[in-house]
Ligand binder design. Sequence first.
Ligand code: ZN
Length: 250
Amino acid sequence: MNLFDSHTHIDMNHFQNDLEKVIHRAKEAGLVGMVTSSMGPGSFRRTIGIQKKHQNFVFHSAGTPVSQLTKTDADKIIELTRKYAKDIVAIGEVGLDYHWIKDSRGREAQEPLFSLFIQLAKDLDRPIVIHSRKAEERATEILEKQFNGDVLMHCFDGSVEIAQRVSDNGWYITLPANFERYRNRKLAAKIVPIEQIMLETDGPYLSPTSERNEPANIRYGCEALSRVLETDLLSVAEITTENAKRFYRL
Ligand SMILES: [Zn+2]
């Protein structure tokens, strides 16, 4: 069974003591690759090191700390991404966060920074990975206006209407390994065609177990999607892995 973790954060300090074991366990669990999303300049540099050590297994998506992004960090991340562009498979996660940012001024202030990364994805001809926590509709509007390339709504938790719009736009969603616990995510799994769905752990977050989440747990998401769609496990694994390879152009 070929599995793929389409979005994780293995450079984080949660993994610093046993990263090699984590990667080994991922391979044992049937993963053929993973995309790890850096979350700022320091994270970017750490991720370069990990990606170089695990060529063709760990891939780097250059992202941002969406809810705390500053112009200074955005400029630095963009500079690094241009410099190391050949080792970057996607831009993101980037986007809007209305969960942590509640005041309208703070929310609006995220938009010009988001647009800088949309422009970067256009300039470098890369797909874009979107964080849109509680802001799915606005993020969708902005992308429809500003971006023509491939879009992944990571950890999608939007309404049925937005799921339908994402699907009609030909965009992708990722579902986390514990997605059956969330009503919107279960509904989205049925609305968006399986050819536009990928699996992610978002490790160390969103664990399907009581432990830290890690890429090997992608099989829980595969089992959950197989249950929700009433499709056999092997097909779900193969299709979602192919989707990830197509989206990230691996
Ligand atoms: Zn993430």
